[in-house]
Ligand binder design. Structure first.
Ligand code: ADP
Ligand code: MG
Length: 263
């Protein structure tokens, strides 16, 4: 078996943002363990990363490597055992929940299965309406994600997986987030629908200048959207860097392996 060298310290490499401006999102030394039968499982282990406004950071790693736990820490949905998160240079986590009140919308989230995050009694229109903060309308938001206004009265249960994911993107946009965390947003979709949703996200990057943390176990998917890429394994960031240099000149044997295994 290939034995990986001991990972270099996961210090954040400057992410090429505007000089002087703090990163939009900065995590320092984040750790989170779970109590499991027989001991503790270190799901996130001393993770530092930064993401500058207008950029997409791809986070790639195998199932169980800690990506979703890290996403929850960054969203402030879980509390880290150690470490801090800042948003635009201001404390974001740890913070008491009420200290984020009125600012929650600044980081939006899209998950693999959006159905679990919808109120089952609500129509598409109500789901989007409820999230609107600015002047945009349900019709315009649905239009931006390629959904016809006729879908507004429908229950998301009656939509296709791809349509549902568009609804969750419309809901996220409605809140006018500065950063969108997409945790495996296309992993439950057919390849053709995956391509359509990725195209939509790429368009939102271009047209709205949306910053994203894009999480996937699939390197081919990460490659399509990311300016920078971080590789996660066993709760740690093994390496991170500009997407093209990471893909053409990986520093870590494990990354080489992931590249070799990618279709
Ligand atoms: P990924 O998203 O990369 O698949 P996760 O963050 O979901 O990884 O999980 C990382 C590790 O933490 C896994 O071993 C998982 O089983 C474990 N884990 C995640 N959530 C919990 C939890 N609530 N309780 C116990 N273990 C958990
Ligand atoms: Mg996950």
């Amino acid at each position: 078996p290939r034995s990986a060298p001991r990972p270099a310290p996961a210090t954040a490499i400057p992410a090429g943002g505007q000089s002087g401006a703090p990163p939009l999102l900065q995590a320092r030394g984040l750790s989170k363990a779970f109590r499991v039968p027989g001991g503790r499982l270190q799901a996130v282990d001393d993770v530092s990363l930064e993401l500058h406004a207008g950029q997409t950071l791809g986070l790639v790693g195998e199932s169980g490597s800690g990506k979703s736990t890290l996403a929850r820490l960054l969203l402030g949905l879980a509390t880290a055992d150690a470490g801090t998160v800042t948003l635009d240079g201001e404390p974001w986590s740890p913070l008491p929940e009420k200290a984020r009140r009125g600012r929650r919308h600044r980081i939006g989230a899209i998950y693999q299965d959006s159905l679990g995050s919808f109120d089952p009694r609500w129509s598409v229109g109500r789901i989007v309406q409820d999230a609107i903060r600015g002047p945009e309308t349900v019709t315009s938001l649905l239009g931006q994600v390629g959904l016809a206004p006729e879908l507004a009265p429908r229950n998301p249960l009656t939509l296709s997986g791809g349509q549902r994911q568009r609804v969750s993107i419309a809901r996220a946009l409605a809140a006018e987030p500065e950063l969108l965390i997409c945790d495996e947003p296309v992993s439950a979709l057919d390849v053709t629908v995956q391509a359509q949703i990725l195209e939509l996200l790429a368009r939102l990057q271009r047209e709205r200048g949306l910053s994203m943390l894009f999480i996937s176990h699939d390197l081919a998917v990460i490659r399509q959207l990311s300016d920078r890429v971080a590789v996660m394994r066993g709760g740690r960031i093994l390496e991170q860097g500009a997407a093209e240099s990471l893909f053409t000149d990986p520093q870590h044997e494990y990354t080489e392996q992931l590249l070799a295994d990618a279709p």
